[in-house]
Design a protein around this ligand. Structure first.
Ligand code: F6P
Length: 345
């Protein structure tokens, strides 16, 4: 058996740990051969391959990024994309494919499986917004990076009696903001699921300064004010869209900081953590989760369980249909958000 592996979408810490586990178990227990496809779906689309064996995965467990490269290429945007992929898989002698990605990459995997491609999915995203799994790897690392940044920002905010608005990633879901906000002791957390009221936000700012402390506000890049719920102009930097139709987000932190400064008279600055949250070595939790996902993904290939996605449920790794894993986004519930609200202001 010859198995292809690809990583698609935004990279995240732990991708290399998955690749390593897939290859180590595949070679040792099943005597499989592997081929790496470069840069997400662009690899099978354009026939871009690289050798993938024990030598290539040695030493990569703690490394961030992905040795295979990534892209947001969408083969369904091309008229003959599916045929090209099938032809290139056949040319590389590939019997089965492991696709490691988020909603877009696994959405493509779901459609390809319906069209006869033998594929198993591994969920990844720092946003942690895939419904089929309790957690995705990369999320814990991102939360730790954001949390450490918040710790550092507390002291400088207090020295200068400032509002510091920390913009974190999270396109549709506020998981990073919520977890980092709670663990970092933020005074306000704003998430995409709950459009914010700028008057209320300013009241929190005033109340916090009355206690003689400064304000740390964590905001997801996809958060919007109530009045601008349908006015995406508030959050957009460029209006540019990727192959899956997602606009490039960013800018809400700056907008909030200047609005708060204008309304309250308090000095405010924005800190955008951006891709720092996706870079560098994975935490121990993410290495553990990614490794287990890899081990179970190659086992699914061995069982011929194509169309499956591995998922974490409690502490068990289970298999769910790819279509189920990518069907809906997992969002922060009002109840979970309310837990954080106790600390606002
Ligand atoms: O999909 C994960 C993610 O990190 C989102 O949180 C963010 O909106 C997006 O990727 C950024 O994508 P890019 O690196 O392509 O700008």
């Amino acid at each position: 058996m010859r198995v292809g592996v690809l990583t698609g979408g935004g990279d995240c810490p732990g991708l290399n740990a998955v690749i390593r586990a897939v290859v180590r178990k595949g070679v040792k227990e099943y005597d499989y051969e592997f081929v790496g496809f470069r840069d997400g779906w662009r690899g099978p689309l354009e026939g871009l391959t690289m050798p993938l064996g024990i030598d290539q995965v040695r030493g990569i467990l703690p490394r961030g990024g992905t040795i295979l490269g990534s892209s947001r290429t969408n083969p369904f945007k091309l008229e003959d994309g599916v045929e090209q992929i099938k032809a290139n898989l056949a040319a590389a002698g590939v019997d089965a494919l492991i696709a490691i990605g988020g909603e877009d990459t696994l959405g493509v995997a779901t459609k390809l499986h319906d069209l006869g491609v033998k594929v198993v999915g591994v969920p990844k995203t720092i946003d942690n917004d895939l419904s089929g799994t309790d957690f995705t790897f990369g999320f814990d690392t991102a939360v730790n990076i954001a949390s450490e940044a918040i710790d550092r920002l507390h002291t400088t905010a207090e020295s200068h009696h400032r509002v510091l608005v920390v913009e974190v990633m999270g396109r549709h879901a506020g998981w990073i903001a919520l977890h980092a906000g709670i663990s970092g002791g933020a005074n306000v957390v704003l998430i995409p699921e709950r459009p914010f009221d700028i008057d209320e936000v300013c009241r929190y700012v005033e109340a916090r300064f009355e206690t003689k402390y400064a304000v740390i506000m964590v905001v997801s890049e996809g958060a919007v004010p109530i009045a601008a719920k349908d006015d995406s102009g508030m959050t957009l930097l460029t209006g540019e869209k990727d192959a899956f139709g997602h606009v490039r987000l960013g800018g809400i932190g700056e907008r909030l900081a200047s609005e708060i400064e204008a309304r309250t008279g308090k000095e405010a600055r924005a800190v955008v953590l951006g891709h720092v949250q996706r870079g560098g070595t994975p935490t121990a939790f993410d290495r553990w989760l990614a490794t287990r996902f890899g081990l179970h993904a190659i086992a699914a290939v061995h069982d011929g369980d194509f169309g499956a996605m591995v998922a974490l449920r409690g502490t068990d790794i289970v298999r769910v249909p790819l279509s189920e894993g990518t069907a809906t986004l997992k969002l922060v519930s009002p109840e979970e958000y309310a837990e954080a609200e106790v600390f606002f202001g």
